[in-house]
Design a binder for this molecule. Structure first.
Ligand code: CUA
Length: 325
């Protein structure tokens, strides 16, 4: 509502609004533009009025103040503080909306590298510089980078997220319009940064399901992850029963893991990633720090598949990381 009113007043030169986040972001933007404009015009008019009315030599009456200046100051400071806090809470609400992916979102793995976006869907369908997504569904993009910092930016969805090497982050969106939208890299990442562009293709859910089954699908991410789990010999210790005493991974994802130094850490994607690359960081309580680091051993896309596999593991009869008696 505020978007259409203000857009008609100022002209809608913003990109398409094609996600559930976009109108929320734009509403804040337009409200801030409107508030600033009103303030600038109000101050300007008041300034000019007083300048002219109370210029030197004018006969305008200049009676003494009837209320104390401290009252005026208190009212002014309280009003602006409340106003700014309102903007803060409004912004925080939208930020939390943008930052909290709904449960059960469709997951798509995206790796940034110089200079392309490498995109893989759950069933293994792979594409480059194009991301096909279904209309009207929550989609979570799990982002990482193979080399330098890139930034995954879809203006029409109002989402932008840096892909930082050594980290795994995610963004989510819910597309509300079919069509093709720009995808940009929004972080200078070297010579061909400006060419690191692509398309987001929003399709009806049926068309998306159909599209998924066509093309170069070889195996699903979790299946490929299982193959890598064997190849990197993770299975030697983590498949149960194993000769080496290592935590079982079944049902691990999303649980709280007790560490040997008495903390509890959430087993999210970043935790799994750190556990593979920097296993000394969070040692599970009751286990020896035996695991070697796989830093510079496992390439980024393999890492994502391994994590997909670990996430797919169902809980076994024993709890995933039983504390020793
Ligand atoms: Cu990747 Cu700029």
């Amino acid at each position: 509502m505020i978007n259409s009113i203000l857009a008609s007043a100022f002209g809608d030169w913003l990109p398409d609004r094609a996600s559930t986040l976009a109108p929320r972001v734009d509403a804040i933007f337009w409200a801030l533009v409107a508030a600033s404009t009103a303030l600038v015009i109000g101050l300007l008019v008041a300034n000019l009025y007083f300048l002219i009315r109370y210029r030197r030599g004018s006969g305008a009456p200049r009676p003494p103040l009837r209320i104390s200046t401290s009252v005026i100051e208190t009212v002014w400071i309280s009003a602006t503080t409340i106003g700014f806090l309102g903007v803060f809470f409004w912004g925080a609400r939208v930020y939390l909306f943008a930052e909290r992916p709904p449960a059960g979102a469709l997951e798509i793995n995206v790796v940034g590298r110089q200079w392309m976006w490498d995109v893989r869907h759950e069933n293994g369908r792979r594409e480059f510089n194009e991301v096909h997504v279904p209309l009207g569904e929550d989609v979570r993009v799990i982002l990482s980078s193979e080399d330098v910092i890139h930034s995954f930016f879809i203006p029409a969805f109002r989402v932008k997220q840096d892909a930082v090497p050594g980290r795994q982050v995610s963004i989510w969106f819910h597309a509300t319009k079919t069509g093709t939208f720009h995808l940009f890299c929004a972080e200078y990442c070297g010579t061909a940064h400006s060419g690191m562009v692509g398309d987001i293709v929003v399709m009806s859910p049926e068309a998306y399901a159909d599209w998924l089954t066509r093309g170069n699908t070889i195996e699903g991410l979790a299946q490929r992850g299982r193959r890598l789990f064997l190849r990197y010999n993770c299975s030697g210790c983590h498949d149960q029963p194993a000769a080496v005493h290592a935590p079982s991974l079944g049902g691990l994802f999303g649980t709280l893991v007790p560490t040997s130094d008495g903390r509890r850490v959430r087993a999210d994607e970043l935790y799994l990633r750190d556990s593979i690359l920097r296993p000394e960081k969070d040692i599970t309580a009751g286990y020896e720090p035996l695991m070697p680091s796989f830093q510079n051993v496992i390439p980024e896309s393999d890492l994502l598949d391994l994590i997909s596999y670990i996430k797919s593991l169902p809980a076994t009869n024993s709890s995933p990381n039983p504390l020793p008696p």
